[in-house]
Design a protein around this ligand. Structure first.
Ligand SMILES: Cc1cc2nc3c(=O)[nH]c(=O)nc-3n(C[C@H](O)[C@H](O)[C@H](O)COP(=O)(O)OP(=O)(O)OC[C@H]3O[C@@H](n4cnc5c(N)ncnc54)[C@H](O)[C@@H]3O)c2cc1C
Ligand code: HEM
Length: 392
């Protein structure tokens, strides 16, 4: 599973790429030395973990016993992020949050050093580009920027390194979907729309992200929607085996799906599958305010079964006059809904959605397609909010 920026290069507005000439050279070296080995990511990952575990043997316990199940998530995330050093505006806030999140591993400074050594060793072993001092230094520098930003983010936080998540309820919505209610101890502060990484006792050391579907509550209870993905290690266990009484571990909240409350703009939400969970959290938050903007929520999936939360959204729509829910299915199987993909339907329905905040959540492919189509339709980049670093 790779960590991918959701949008490709061309979707970013030009100012997002501004770096000084030295930075540009560094990025060029990183990309050109990595390009020849991109297809060998699995072999490189094996070498990376071998070096890491020999340089810092105590890090082995942080990873799953069977590394195959993990398919080199960390390694793939690393090489991807290193190549994004030319996008500091997006990378810095993400890495700071990631640093806070990594406190749950008990990561120490020497682990960061070991990881840097392992990363360079892996790329060096497989690249066809001559490994000169300049190439080596480019990788050292790019990695150090990331490591330092994460370490600064971690140091600048007095919240717990992780929370114990007591499962209090497991509600099966259908064969593939469950709503799981968890009581974090101590209480967890998060911003509606953020996500957290979780580890279940059924899948030790396999951390996955889930988005709270409610705004922070006085009693601290957090509700998660979990949907099984085909052959999914963790989602299957969460839906089929989780039971009240068990205890998860939760990492620090992350993510940047936000509503600009000062702008007082109306909102369009675009959610694919469990991407509806963070939208529910934002809606729940808005419902508790004195005044609400007008909110249009497009909830999309392949067919009616994918829209597992539609009956409850319909109920919310009836309760909140400011909320409009538009179901979207590819096969047109929801009566009164739209037929097509979210990427097609949303711009066709409202054009560029000027004067709206646009929130997008779902699979990386869905986000990529939707954001690209909205930019083409004339939506300004800074109107759109989505979490750009997701796993695929
Ligand atoms: C920011 C963020 C928030 C998330 N919020 C939620 C949430 O609230 N609820 C929720 O259920 N999930 C959520 N996810 C997805 C979740 O973190 C896991 O990736 C997902 O449950 C699959 O994990 P797994 O271990 O079951 O699958 P894996 O064993 O990791 O993967 C199994 C197979 O499924 C494919 N796959 C993995 N993820 C997906 C996917 N999302 N769609 C389609 N195919 C996939 C893989 O490529 C692989 O082939 C979120 C992900 C991110 C990045
Ligand atoms: C610049 C440094 C680092 C970056 C950019 C980074 C990035 C990431 C990211 C993005 C993930 C999530 C991967 C996913 O879910 O797809 C992850 C997971 C993880 N990271 Fe880090 N990390 C860094 C340093 C470290 C260090 C120093 C350690 C300790 C040895 C560490 C241990 C882990 C572990 C155990 C996981 C979960 C297991 C896994 O997903 O493979 N990371 N890291």
């Amino acid at each position: 599973m790779t960590a991918n920026a959701v949008l490709n290069e061309s979707a970013y507005p030009p100012e997002q790429h501004l770096v000084d000439p030295a930075g540009e050279r560094l990025v060029k070296i990183i990309k050109s030395s990595f390009a020849p080995v991109e297809r060998k990511a699995d072999e490189m990952a094996q070498h990376f973990y071998a070096v890491l575990f020999s340089v810092a043997p105590d890090t082995r316990d942080l990873f799953p016993v069977n590394m195959q199940t993990q398919r080199s998530r960390l390694f793939r995330a690393l090489v991807h992020l290193v190549q994004m050093v030319d996008r500091p505006q997006e990378l810095t806030p993400f890495l700071r949050q990631l640093g806070k999140d990594h406190r749950k591993f008990g990561v120490r400074d020497e682990h960061f050093d070991a990881l840097g050594v392992a990363l360079r060793a892996a790329v060096r072993k497989f690249t066809t580009v001559e490994w000169t001092d300049e190439v080596d230094q480019a990788w050292v520098q790019a990695y150090e920027i990331m490591a330092r930003t994460m370490q600064e983010g971690a140091a600048d936080d007095d919240a717990p390194a992780w929370w114990a998540g007591h499962v209090v309820d497991h509600e099966r919505i259908d064969w593939d979907t469950a709503i799981i209610r968890v009581q974090p101890e101590p209480q967890m502060q998060y911003v509606p729309g953020q996500y957290v990484s979780i580890e279940s006792p059924h899948r030790p050391r396999l951390w996955r992200y889930l988005s709270p579907a409610n705004a922070p509550r006085e009693d601290g209870l957090v509700e998660f929607h979990v949907r099984v993905v085909p052959d999914g290690w963790v989602s299957r266990a969460l839906v089929r085996r989780t039971a009240p009484g068990e205890v998860w571990r939760l990492g620090a909240p992350m993510g940047n799906l936000w509503v600009n409350r000062n702008a007082q703009r109306d909102i369009v939400m675009i959610a694919g599958g469990t991407g509806v969970a963070p939208m529910c959290s934002v809606i729940d938050d808005l419902a508790q305010r004195d005044r609400q903007p007008s909110v249009t929520l497009f909830f999309g999936g392949r067919n009616a079964d994918s829209l597992y939360f539609l009956p409850r959204l319909r109920q919310w729509e009836a309760d909140h006059p400011w909320l409009t829910v538009v179901p979207v299915t590819e096969d047109g199987s929801v009566e009164g809904g739209k037929t097509g993909t979210l990427a097609e339907i949303v711009p066709a329905y409202g054009g560029a959605w000027h004067n709206h905040d646009v929130l997008v959540a779902g699979s990386p492919g869905m986000i990529r397609a939707t954001v690209s189509r909205m930019l083409v339709a004339g939506t300004a980049y800074d109107q759109i909010s989505y979490d750009s670093f997701t796993t695929e």
